[in-house]
Design a protein around this ligand. Structure first.
Ligand code: F6R
Length: 608
């Protein structure tokens, strides 16, 4: 979704802002722009389409200034176009905005009735008008922003500049992420840590209702009444190289290959081999989720698929009932949640609007809330009682890969921990499970070497216009995840079904043009899946399978097959998903798609 960067410095900030817009591009966008304050007032450059278009415009019409704001826009109100791009300006004010102004129609009608003329279709522009009106009355820029935002309903992260205050940025947040970066003779307002990570590691995470006024050497925070507040600055440990491609053609491929290292990081210090225990972080231990009567997991997209695996693992190892819901459904279906329930929100970004809303519902219900997040101190992490961090480092590819496997690895640790605490998992079984988990990174490295073979198979599938993914038990969520990856980046239709559901409908789809991707390593349901596949084969279906090493029966039925190590059923998903990520990646790349920026998609869905 949209990305914000703002900088106030002692030097020209335009090159820095363009660089940081490049770091925001991964979020998904359809136009971009920058505005600066200089002696002549507000100067604006915006372009529809890729950032390169904006850079070409800046080459023709250069811009410089010590204070500026920049934006990558993912259209919500108003089609993608230059006039709808941000910054939006009115008189002496320019603003960038993430979020949605819900009452923009009546506000716009009111402003138009008062003689205001609008130059865009955006909800954002009304905020520039409101700030401008307030500023004309009070002549105090930061106060004008407060007065204007008091009239607005919805969600926003806003950064504003004013022609009369050329050394000042004013920013505010409500239900949309915004951070203050504290640099050396420069300060930043940004929606995303990685946008300004080369310039600072010290950040203040703004809370809902916070306002901030900053110059190059001072930052002051205040609330909606203008009362000064304080927020602690935090140091971010992320390795800046994690946000670079490091020689890979795409972030997604780099992130697929990073998975062994990131799973190792996620395990570090958390597996106690001697005692066969899991050492969750102290705040997570303190939650005592082992004492709740049931667990509700809520998430979206790929994180939801991790949640489905969480249900299998927690129910099996800890005999604790688990329900899993898509956040956008959960929040509107009047769910039953009690104070003795546990609630787990899974979110890579920690900013997904629907998941965040569900966390607030869980808070109101008095449940114990655990966040499984990748981004430290993100909104969901902070709104929860405790956060378990997945340590995947920044995930830039829009299609989630390493975030998923580190979420699954985290849920496996949690399941073992709960199993031990609830006395359903004896030390020997726990030790075996932990050992199986420990082996994952090195075994995964070996599997990744087969990327070229996956590409050869991908080459043969380029003409297919639909795929069916089948899996059973722990592999059903993996089938869902494989189908989602394919849809997202290849734009080819794919559907996932539990293998046992074949006869209840999907078998009618089978013909010699439909690739059927089957995830069927040796486990408790292997024999049943094998029978389902005989039925596919008998109808001429094309089978591409993921099997256990040495499985000749299934490999004989398959046009192509890939093997995973013989291992305990509960770690199999961590292996099988790798081939599905690679398959989607190679098909998309061979079709010439922009793998890291799939059409219409945004990395972090911060609006409903
Ligand atoms: C798919 C993907 C999305 C996200 C979903 C939730 O590859 O990335 O489906 O998983 O938007 O995002 P988070 O985990 O940030 O809440």
């Amino acid at each position: 979704m949209c990305g914000i960067t703002g900088c106030v410095s002692t030097q020209d900030c335009v090159p820095l802002m363009i660089e940081s817009l490049g770091r925001l591009a991964y979020r998904g966008y359809d136009s971009a722009g920058v505005a600066v304050c200089d002696a002549g007032g507000i100067k604006l450059r915006r372009e529809h389409g890729k950032l390169e278009n904006l850079m070409a415009l800046l080459a023709r019409q250069p811009l410089s200034g010590r204070t500026g704001i920049g934006h990558t826009r993912w259209a919500t109100h108003g089609r993608p176009s230059e006039s709808n791009a941000h910054p939006q300006t009115y008189k002496k004010i320019a603003i960038v905005h993430n979020g949605i102004i819900e009452n923009f129609m009546p506000l716009r009608a009111e402003l138009e009735a008062g003689g205001h003329v609008f130059s865009s279709e955006t909800d954002t522009e009304i905020v520039a008008h409101l700030i401008s009106d307030a500023y004309e009355t009070c002549a105090d820029f930061s106060k004008a922003v407060r007065i204007a935002l008091a009239r607005v309903r919805g969600s926003y992260a806003i950064v504003a500049i004013c022609a009369d205050c050329p050394d000042e940025l004013v920013a505010a947040r409500l239900q949309s992420p915004l951070l203050v970066g504290l640099g050396n003779n420069m300060n930043f307002a940004t929606s995303d840590i990685s946008a300004v990570l080369p310039y600072t590691r010290r950040f203040i995470f703004l809370e809902d209702g916070d306002f901030v006024r900053m110059t190059h050497d001072a930052v002051s925070l205040f609330d909606a009444q203008g009362k000064i507040i304080t927020r602690e600055a935090k140091t971010i440990e992320w390795d800046i190289r994690a946000a670079e491609k490091q020689g890979y053609p795409h972030y997604m491929l780099k992130e697929i290959f990073e998975q062994p290292a990131k799973i190792t990081d996620t395990f570090r210090g958390r597996i106690l081999s001697e005692s066969a225990e899991v050492n969750l972080d102290a705040p997570v231990n303190a939650l005592e989720l082992e004492n709740v009567s049931r667990i509700q997991i809520v998430a979206c997209g790929t994180s939801y698929h991790a949640g489905l695996l969480g249900k299998y693992m927690i129910e099996k190892m800890a005999r604790l009932p688990v329900d899993v819901d898509v956040a956008s459904e959960y929040r509107y279906r009047d769910p039953i949640l009690k104070p003795d329930d546990g609630f787990i929100a899974i979110s890579q970004s920690g900013e997904t609007a629907d998941t965040y809303a569900c966390v607030k519902m869980a808070r109101a219900a008095g449940a114990k809330i655990l966040a499984i997040c990748n981004v430290m101190d993100s909104s969901i992490a902070r709104a929860s009682d405790a956060a378990f961090y997945t340590r995947a480092d920044p995930e830039i590819g829009v299609a989630s890969t390493k975030a998923f496997t580190t979420q699954v690895a985290s849920l496996a640790l949690l399941a073992i921990h709960l199993g031990r605490k609830r006395n359903f998992l004896d030390a020997e079984r726990a030790r075996t499970c932990l050992e199986a988990l420990r082996r994952v990174p090195s075994e995964m490295e070996v599997m990744l070497e087969q990327s070229d073979d996956v590409r050869k198979t991908a080459q043969k599938l380029l003409r297919a216009n639909s795929f069916l993914y089948l899996g059973r038990n722990v592999h059903y969520p993996i089938a869902l995840e494989g189908a989602l990856k394919l849809k997202e980046i290849t734009y080819i239709h794919a559907e996932a079904y539990p293998s046992g559901e074949m006869k209840h409908g999907p078998i009618a789809l089978i013909d010699d043009r439909l690739p059927v991707i089957v995830i069927a390593p040796k486990n408790s349901t292997y024999e049943k899946t094998l029978s389902n596949l005989q039925e596919v084969r008998a109808r001429g279906g094309r089978i591409i399978s993921i099997v256990s090493e040495g499985d000749e029966d299934l490999s004989k039925l398959s046009e192509a097959y890939f093997t995973i190590p013989n291992c305990d059923e509960f770690v199999q998903p961590l292996y099988s998903v790798i081939y599905l990520q690679l398959l989607a990646y190679h098909i998309a790349d061979l079709l010439g798609h922009d793998v890291d920026h799939p059409r219409n998609l945004a990395k972090s869905v911060t609006v409903e």
